[in-house]
Design a protein around this ligand. Structure first.
Ligand code: UDX
Ligand code: ADP
Length: 465
């Protein structure tokens, strides 16, 4: 059995590494157009940071896991092809800002059709709008070499930062398809390490829609608790206490109730906007508006946080140094896609703050690219003013102390563990007074910080304290 995976990103790389680890008899070939990404997968420094991933990759790489840019060869040799390319939100034309851009998926399907012979199973791994499989099937049907295909939907539910654990021990694996033979072939692979009862099978459309729905429900929980955090701040309630109190109701459950400066990541916003677009397409305006509100609430939370910083610091941050701790969209990943930090930093920069950012895993190049992109219009054009602001007012620090030193405020954007165990007396002594802390993750020990003398502000904590 030979597997090929097109797309060596945050999904394709870790998922294939786990399959290769668990199934030593299967040859797994991961391909990508991006040579430097492939080089990184073949090196000591993987392009994706995930706890425990290096060990999995290193073990399998010596045996049955290959990374290369030989896309055609990999497709031609494979019995099963996973499509794991990116599907960003469209920035142009019909559905701009909402619909998924399926250009990369379609190109893959055409490439598969062109180089395949015999029978192959094509597995959709990317998050896709419902009924994409239909389009993929039609393109594959045009194959001229007599090749035949079964198309399966096998959405990925791993969360970044815990990808290895999620892949090792998933709550469920979902396989949607029409051919029992094809479904069984994929189920047999997962059954090498996942109990059969956790492998669910559905029709194609249910599988595709379940992925969007799962992400919409998860994001909705975060937006719900974030909405309540605003009310907590106004009333004197404490959002962590409210979350604990409601989370003990077994019907609600304790997970995904952590108030924050806003959810980020490559999936939540994109998938909800996709769902909204789909509902609108089918004339379901109320349903579309309902889900869109989850994204609006998230935008409000990010904006509210940045505005709160300015208001608290005597209505001006102009020319003040602000130390930003964390830039990734959550801890234990180097991914910054849709990270709340991007938008909060952009808003602070537009207030003319001098922003010094430290993240243990995100590169300076990535941070600057994200800030530039956040100031771009739909056509990717950035004003000269914003470009200068990012060039002159953004500094990258080598550690959390350096980011804090001489600053008027520290803003916690990512819940990295290392921020919890710093020497806060030292941090305090290095800062301007009053020394403000804005904890966007409710990560730090607020009582301890207040005792040292910090002026501390946090999500969903009363301003009257
Ligand atoms: C998500 C889904 O969890 C995963 O199943 C799917 O395959 C891809 O999308 P991911 O985006 O990697 O995974 O991370 P997740 O842990 O879901 O966090 C998303 C965002 O929500 C992060 O910014 C996180 O900080 C935020 N979040 C999460 C909160 O603010 N509060 C919470 O209680 C949980
Ligand atoms: P995800 O988080 O969904 O894995 P990424 O953007 O991290 O998304 O990864 C998608 C990868 O797919 C990128 O490395 C990109 O270069 C690759 N890719 C996109 N289109 C193609 C294609 N036609 N052939 C091969 N690789 C592709």
């Amino acid at each position: 059995m030979k597997i090929c995976c097109i797309g060596a990103g945050y999904v394709g790389g870790p998922t294939m590494a786990m399959i290769a680890k668990q199934c030593p008899e299967i040859a797994v070939h991961v391909v990508d157009l991006n040579q430097s990404r492939i080089d990184a997968w073949n090196s000591e420094k993987l392009p994706v940071y995930e706890p425990g991933l290096y060990e999995v990759v290193a073990e399998a790489r010596q045996r049955n896991l290959t990374f290369s840019t030989r896309v055609d060869d990999a497709i031609a040799e494979a019995d099963m092809i996973f499509i794991s390319v990116n599907t960003p939100t469209k920035t142009f034309g019909v559905g701009a800002g909402r619909a998924a851009n399926l250009e990369f998926i379609e190109k893959c399907a055409r490439q598969i059709a062109r180089v395949s012979t015999g029978h192959k199973i094509v597995v959709e791994k990317s998050t896709l709008p419902v009924r994409t499989a239909e389009a993929v099937k039609r393109i594959l049907a045009s194959a001229e070499n007599g090749a035949t295909f079964d198309v399966l939907s096998n959405p990925e539910f791993l969360a970044e930062g815990t990808a290895v654990e999620d892949l090792l021990n998933p709550d469920r694996v979902l396989i949607g398809g029409e051919s029992k033979l094809a479904i069984d072939a994929l189920a047999d692979i997962y059954a090498n390490w996942i109990p059969r009862e956790r492998i669910l099978t559905t029709n194609l459309w249910s599988s595709e829609l379940s992925k969007l729905t799962a992400n919409a429900f998860l994001a909705q929980r975060v937006s719900s608790i974030n909405a309540i955090s605003a009310l907590c701040e106004a009333t004197g309630a404490d959002v962590d206490e409210v979350a604990r109190a409601i989370g003990t109701d077994s019907r609600i459950g304790p997970k995904f109730l952590k108030a924050s400066v806003g959810f980020g990541g490559s999936c939540f916003q994109k998938d909800i906007l996709n769902l909204v677009y789909l509902c609108e397409h089918f004339g379901l305006r109320e349903v579309a508006a309902y889900w869109e509100q989850v994204v609006s609430m998230n935008d409000y939370q990010k904006r509210r946080f940045a505005e709160g910083i300015v208001r608290t610091m005597f209505n001006t941050v102009s020319d003040k140094k602000i130390g930003v701790w964390g830039f990734a969209f959550k801890k234990d990943t180097n991914d910054t896609r849709e990270s709340a930090a991007i938008y909060v930093c952009r808003d602070l920069l537009r207030e003319r703050a001098r922003v010094t950012i430290y993240d243990p895993r995100v590169s300076e190049k990535q941070i600057r690219a994200d800030l530039i992109a956040s100031c771009s219009d739909m056509q990717g054009v950035v004003s000269e003013h914003d470009r200068k602001l990012i060039e002159n007012n953004v500094t990258i620090a080598a550690n959390a102390y350096e980011a804090a030193s001489q600053s008027h405020a520290i803003v916690v954007m990512t819940e990295w563990d290392e921020f919890k165990s710093l020497d806060f007396a030292k941090v305090y002594a290095s800062m301007q007074q009053p020394a403000f802390v804005f904890d966007g993750r409710n990560l730090l020990d607020h009582d301890q910080l207040a005792k040292i003398g910090f002026d501390i502000h946090a999500i969903g904590k009363s301003l009257q304290d």
